[in-house]
Design a protein around this ligand. Structure first.
Ligand SMILES: CC(C)[C@H](C(=O)O)[C@@H](O)C(=O)O
Ligand code: SF4
Length: 473
């Protein structure tokens, strides 16, 4: 029978299947960061257990690390916030006590956001099951891997047994066909998808993204799409393996070598849905109709094209939705039936596991080159996803372009994506952000987040307000 990519990944990892659909699945790669691992390591210790296969663990610190001031003191002593420092130090002692395949501690050049670091190191490979105590683990599905976020108690379970109790999801195919317009990229595709199916649209499904527009994307672009599968309600998003996937993985530190490489590639070539495979749901989008997207509300589904008007709750029939829209507009300080283009911004954030890879920075820098951040913009931040992305960008001179324009060029980490460090919005501030979540207070109490692509964020920085990036290309 024709199988979906998801069927293949699932079946290859089932250790035991129960009658009621519950299954025990084997986990190949376990990514670990400082926020969701302390209790898991503690639980292991209390139960007097050892990790089952510690060589599956790749660990780094990202959420709590500051993005500046690294040189002011040795090691973690430069982290002013005591709780943040404790989190970073605790991961360090846990990994030193338990081991890992790889550990990129604070200030290591390979440190960064776990979802940037895994693929960059070749630790995320096609065909793997990849888990992390972090919802955006769906990112790794871009490699034709079954990747999803887990809770802290499951982190402990994976450490102890290398397995997880899980139930197979339903399957959804999202097919995006056609050529993307100028100035439209992966972030716009995924925001348009969420605008169409809603933040609950993918609930209960594993989503495969396919179609010519997806195949045409780089691995960076595919990661941006899978990263936000979770914002569409799905725990996992994935893309079939092809030459783009294989070329990206080739030569990375943890990628297979020699004859192992050839065997792996032969297997990876099977990681696609077979012709005629049946999905529980199919959604289609025409890439040619997608405009550069901007969110106007407090959920990623509250999104419009830059050429559109902020929607009017009065036109919404459903009273619950209407009330949600009214509340979102009040929080965001926006008026219905007015253009989103022209709305002034206070801060710019280019970063996060959605959009902090080298391609994102190159694209943003191309807009910024030779221009200046508008006077009304209080802070424009570029936070590379990892130390290696930062180094690569500096080799290409991108840092100079950003700094000359008035951007701050920071150290890697999650940063203003969620403000677990010092990088935050002040109440009422409006931010053009390349991250993935825009709920109330996400970037700081009463802060206002608009999710956009890196080039839309760059264009907003220069204009001091939201503009159609196609006008400045
Ligand atoms: C801190 C972590 C558990 C959380 C997540 O799981 O997504 C964070 O990364 C986020 O983006 O909100
Ligand atoms: S960059 Fe943001 S979304 Fe990604 S892991 Fe960090 S906090 Fe979560």
């Amino acid at each position: 029978m024709a199988k979906t990519l998801y069927d293949k990944l699932w079946e290859n990892h089932v250790v035991r299947q129960e009658e009621d659909g519950t299954a025990l699945i084997y986990i190949d790669r376990h990514l670990v960061h400082e926020v969701t691992s302390p209790q898991a390591f503690e639980g292991l210790k209390l139960a007097n257990r050892k990790a089952w296969r510690i060589e599956s663990v790749v660990a780094t610190v990202d959420h709590n690390t500051p993005t500046e001031g690294w040189a002011k003191a040795e090691g973690t002593a430069c982290i002013d916030d005591e709780i943040a420092r404790l989190q970073v130090d605790t991961l360090d002692s846990n990994i030193r006590a338990n081991g890992a395949l790889a550990y990129f501690p604070f200030k290591d050049v390979r440190q960064g956001i776990v979802h940037v670091v895994g693929p960059e190191q070749g630790a995320t490979l096609p065909g793997m099951t990849v888990v992390c105590g972090d919802s955006h683990t769906s990112t790794h599905g871009a490699f034709a891997a079954l990747a999803f976020g887990i809770g802290t108690s499951e982190v402990e379970h994976v450490l102890a047994t290398q397995t997880l109790v899980s139930k197979k999801s339903k399957s959804m195919l999202i097919r995006v066909e056609g050529a993307l317009g100028k100035g439209v990229g992966a972030k716009d595709i995924v925001l348009a998808i969420i605008g169409k199916i809603g933040t609950a649209g993918g609930t209960g499904y594993a989503i495969e993204f396919a179609g010519s527009a997806i195949r045409g994307l780089s691995m960076e672009g595919r990661m941006t799409i899978c990263n936000m599968a979770i914002e569409a309600g799905a725990r996992a998003g994935m893309v079939a393996a092809d030459d783009t996937t294989i070329n990206y993985v080739h030569g990375r530190p943890f990628a297979p070598k020699g004859s192992d490489w050839d065997k792996a590639v032969a297997y990876w070539r099977t990681l696609h849905s077979d012709d005629g495979a049946q999905f529980d749901k199919v959604v289609e989008l025409d890439a040619r109709t997608i405009q550069p997207q901007v969110t106007w509300g407090t959920s990623p589904e509250m999104v419009i094209g830059i050429n559109e008007m902020i929607p009017d709750p009065a036109k919404e029939q459903d009273p619950v939705r209407r009330e949600g829209m009214e509340r979102a507009l009040a929080y965001m300080g926006l008026n219905p039936n007015t253009p989103i283009a022209g709305v002034p911004v206070d801060k710019i954030f280019i970063g996060s596991c959605t959009n902090s890879r080298i391609e994102d920075l190159r694209q943003a820098a191309a807009i910024v080159r030779g221009r200046s951040v508008a006077a009304n913009v209080k802070l424009a931040l570029v936070v590379p996803g990892s130390g290696l992305v930062k180094r690569q960008a500096e080799e290409e001179g991108l840092d100079k372009i950003f700094k000359a324009a008035g951007f701050e060029w920071r150290e890697p980490g999650c940063s203003m994506c969620l403000g677990m460090n010092a990088d935050r919005l002040s109440p009422g501030e409006r931010c053009a952000s390349t991250s993935n979540r825009n709920f109330e207070g996400r970037q700081g109490p009463s802060g206002r987040t608009h999710l956009v692509s890196p080039i839309m964020a760059a264009a907003a920085a220069i204009a001091g307000r939201f503009v159609d990036v196609r006008e400045v290309l």
